[in-house]
Design a protein around this ligand. Structure first.
Ligand code: PLP
Length: 885
């Protein structure tokens, strides 16, 4: 340990008392000598921590005292674990450049954090950022499991997000752990504001800052209110990636005492040789960072000018830039940027030569990496998604090479990967354009003019398809972690009416969202379709670049809810229209409430995919029942549409929408195979669905459970195991041929109650759902209710026994409506995908339009567009004879 106080260093700023006005030149020179040295000078000049101990030979570089023990008694050093002269020099130097009273050098950055965490005791809690270095997260997980110390992750870019924990008297918040800028998103936390806030509520809480990204050159958090600062010395302090080290600095004597005790007790102080190397590295710290930072600014500007989304606090408009500018002396030498496509990012990273593909940063050599595949791969993908960590993110850790070489190499990689293209070769640097940007769309449109007039006719001129919504009866949320979910179709459906037209245009009309748009088919970006996407596989991700292109350049943004639906529509049309590219209008309606967790998007995906497959002649129209093989093809495409709409859907909703009935679904997780079984033989069940109309963010709710599973495995894992046993019991109860109907319903009611309680314990409940439960439990109804789907609002399901009087059900619905909820009575377990060719169709090849069609009138699109929910069902029934899976 080194203490920088009480010594005469060049930092002393006291006015010399001996100054005499009669000796002007000596006054000037004394004042000049009293001026504190600038940082670069401080780095380069290593002072003796104890001037009374002079080096016997006058060595101008601190020698390596490569010895474990020291002879004699009562000397300053006896054993290297407790103290070593080389390490003392280093620690003294670190304290000086960090403006700290105390500094310590240990064997790694993680070793430093471990030592700091040992200031805590069981029962304490930590508030930490939600974009922390992965290794810090891992250690936090260990503390939770073995030491009874919990961590609350918050968005530290918003200081107020700490308040719920600071204000909660039950929370023993003993430490706040901050990183700013974060790695790799470069998010900014206001150390000053957070320190003030924390001290107001918990004056003894220790504020710790991981300063690795900045180093003491750019940011000195002790001056901003922090109590303890640590750096991974492996990074900028050493600068050459030739050693591992961690340094800790602090001002408080009590904290320094605790840290010194731990380091001596556990023995992780830095070795003499590594102390020597680190001291040598620190001497050039400011020189290196100046160069690395100026290179980074040039590279950030270069990428931003090409239109990439660049995260770097040196760029105007970076969120929190003003805060960062106040806290730090510069933006640093790490940036990240997004390409919009994981495959593209992989190609860019793989195509660089000068940039080394490596984790870590701070080295004089430039490094490139994809955090989600490398440094942050240990973080659960769901948590990564919740923290908005894009999978395509590329991180650049810039070194001291010539910036022109760095940009040349990056440019070559961008070109080779197809991320940019040359638009003008004249001049010293070719003019590039990012592929897939809006300008490109405009240009493509004019290029495509030549194919105008090639549009063919749809094989089926008019077709109506429909698909049901679903309820998850048991196992929601747990299904993400490999637990079985039981889901069933409901008799609220999505209807897709496709009609041919003759003007080389394509229209999508979504009356429920007050959206409609028409495209000139020739103007769509046809050259961007990859052959590999022609047949979807379950594990295949949609082409993100094409999706970005579609949503930025082709879908009008004014109806926010419709943007993804339209993007999915264009994506599916472009992949399923073959070379004829028929001119059509798709009008899509839903009797299902949209975004209420009842599978409306999956019903949309199935109704749309089947319509495209049949009208474009990829699947022949069924002559009688829709075969399971056809339903599977539709389901595969619908799953792709669901991925476009949701990112990472479980596959349950589209499967129920395609196949109908009820299923037991288990997702494949961590090497365990998934499964999907139909549940057969049960008589359909009546449910009351209640839409609380409380909006919720499914992604955040799912990620919240995932995070708690990581942080509180002892609480969450038993809940998941219990939900598995509920789903298994429900599956066998529904399929049972021996249980009586009454026994079946009684068991399901018990399971409904239990599963709901578990969901509340998982943290996805909501007061509105409890209000619905309380109402349905009241006399005379006494029914059992649980949330269904994501929770946090959304919908509840209430099991309605077979003999439940219709009048009672009506009065319950009125009571719920009086509380502002919307109700639907539905049966669970009915038909899946349905299809009907309305009578006017020119296609007479199918039996579908016969019989029932004779009895029905030509369906009126206007009525279809305008019908209310119940009228819609009647309109569809009158459209012809439906065929189902
Ligand atoms: N903190 C940050 C921000 C880091 O990036 C790292 C390592 O990458 C560490 C701490 C841990 O440092 P070390 O690898 O020296 O243990």
């Amino acid at each position: 340990m080194a203490s920088s106080t009480g010594q005469s260093t060049p930092l002393d700023t006291s006015t010399p008392s001996s100054a005499s006005p009669s000796h002007n030149h000596s006054l000037t020179s004394s004042l000049l000598r009293a001026k504190p040295y600038k940082f670069a000078t401080q780095c380069a000049t290593v002072d003796n921590p104890d001037p009374s101990h002079k080096d016997q030979h006058g060595a101008s570089s601190v020698p390596i005292y490569q010895t474990a023990t020291f002879k004699g008694m009562g000397g300053q050093y006896d054993y290297t674990r407790s103290g070593n002269p080389t390490r003392s020099h280093l620690e003294h130097h670190i304290a000086k450049i960090s403006s700290a009273r105390h500094a310590f050098a240990v064997t790694s950055g993680m070793g430093a954090l471990d030592v700091i965490f040992r200031l805590l005791k069981p029962g304490d809690s930590i508030i930490a950022g939600n974009d922390l270095y992965g290794g810090s997260n891992r250690l936090i997980g260990y503390l939770k499991q073995h030491n009874g110390i919990t961590t609350h992750h918050v968005d530290t870019t918003v200081p107020a997000s700490l308040l719920p924990y600071l204000e909660d008297p039950e929370q023993n918040v003993a430490m706040v752990l901050l990183e700013t800028p974060t790695n790799p998103l470069l998010q900014i936390a206001d150390i000053e504001a957070i320190s003030r806030l924390v001290k107001r509520y918990k004056k003894d809480a220790i504020i710790v800052v991981d300063n690795t990204m900045m180093s003491p050159y750019l940011q000195r958090p002790l001056e901003l209110g922090a109590d303890v600062v640590y750096d991974s010395g492996t990074k900028y302090l050493s600068g050459h990636h030739d050693l591992m080290a961690g340094v800790i600095s602090c001002d408080r004597d009590d904290i320094a005492k605790g840290i010194a005790f731990t380091i001596n007790s556990i023995g992780n102080a830095l070795s003499p040789f590594d102390s020597f190397l680190l001291l040598r590295g620190v001497k050039t710290l400011s020189l290196r960072i100046d160069k690395q930072q100026s290179n980074t600014i040039q590279i950030a500007n270069y990428l931003a000018a090409l239109g990439f989304k660049v995260n770097y606090p040196g760029l105007p408009g970076h969120p929190g830039k003003e805060i960062h500018d106040r806290l730090a002396k510069g933006p640093g030498a790490v940036l990240s940027f997004e390409t919009g496509d994981v495959g593209m990012s992989e190609r860019i990273v793989g195509s660089t030569r000068l940039w080394g593909i490596s984790v870590s940063f701070g080295c004089i050599n430039s490094l490139i990496s994809m955090p989600c595949l490398m440094s942050h791969a240990s973080i659960d993908p769901a948590v990564r998604a919740a923290r908005n960590l894009p999978e395509d993110l590329i991180r650049l850790c810039v070194g001291i090479e010539d910036p022109e070489d760095l940009i040349d190499d990056l440019e070559a990689a961008l070109l080779e990967a197809g991320a940019v293209r040359v638009i003008d070769e004249a001049g010293s640097r070719a003019k590039l354009e990012r592929v897939g940007r809006r300008e490109k769309v405009v240009e493509l449109s004019s290029e495509r003019k030549s194919v105008e007039g090639q549009q063919g006719r749809a094989v089926v001129e008019k077709l109506i398809t429909s698909a049901p919504g679903k309820v998850i009866l048991f196992g929601e949320h747990a299904v993400v972690h490999g637990v079985t979910a039981i889901a069933g179709s409901i008799d609220l459906r999505c209807y897709c009416f496709a009609t041919s037209r003759s003007d080389a245009s394509l229209s999508l009309v979504l009356p429920d969202l007050a959206y409609s748009q028409t495209w000139d088919i020739a103007s769509l970006p046809w050259d961007r379709i990859r052959a590999s996407l022609k047949a979807p596989r379950a594990d295949q991700a949609p082409d993100q670049e094409l999706l970005t292109l579609l949503s930025n350049g082709f879908v009008k943004p004014d109806v926010i809810q419709a943007v993804q639906a339209a993007q999915a529509f264009l994506y599916m049309y472009m992949h399923l229209c073959g070379s004829t590219r028929p001119a059509q209008t798709y009008t899509i309606r839903s009797s299902l409430p949209i975004s209420a967790g009842l599978g409306s998007s999956a019903a949309y995906s199935v109704a749309l995919s089947s319509s495209l497959l049949y009208t474009h002649g990829i699947l022949p129209l069924p002559s009688a029942q829709i075969s399971r093989e056809h339903a599977d093809v539709v389901n595969a495409w619908a799953f792709l549409a669901e991925k476009v709409l949701h990112g990472t859907p479980s596959g349950v909703d589209n499967t129920v929408a395609a196949l109908g009935g009820a299923i037991a679904f288990r997702k494949a997780v961590k090497g365990k195979e998934g499964s999907l079984e139909g549940i057969h033989g049960f008589k359909s069940l009546k449910f009351l669905l209640t839409d609380t109309k409380v909006p919720r963010d499914t992604k955040t709710l799912v990620a919240g459970v995932a995070r708690r599973k990581l942080e509180e495995p002892d609480t969450i894992n038993p809940l998941l195991a219990s939900i598995q046993s509920i789903s298994s019991t429900a599956q066998s109860t529904l399929a049972s041929s021996t249980l009586s109907r009454v026994e079946q319903l009684e068991t399901l009611e018990r399971l409904i109650d239990q599963n709901h309680q578990h969901l509340v314990s998982l943290g996805v409940g909501h007061a509105a759902l409890e209000a619905v439960r309380a109402k349905t439990r009241e006399e005379p109804w006494k029914l059992k209710t649980k949330l269904t789907g994501a929770g946090g609002g959304g919908c509840a399901v209430t099991l309605v026994p077979d003999d439940f009087p219709a009048a009672s059900l009506g009065s319950l619905q009125s009571a719920l409506a009086a509380s502002g909820f919307e109700t639907y009575v539905t049966t669970v377990g009915g038909s899946g995908l349905g299809v009907v060719v309305p009578p006017s169709s020119s296609s007479s090849s199918s039996a579908l339009s016969e019989g029932g069609a004779e009895a029905s009138r030509v369906p009126d699109v206007k009525r279809f567009e305008e019908a209310g929910s119940e009228e819609l069902v009647r309109w569809a029934e009158a459209a012809g004879r439906w065929t189902y899976v």
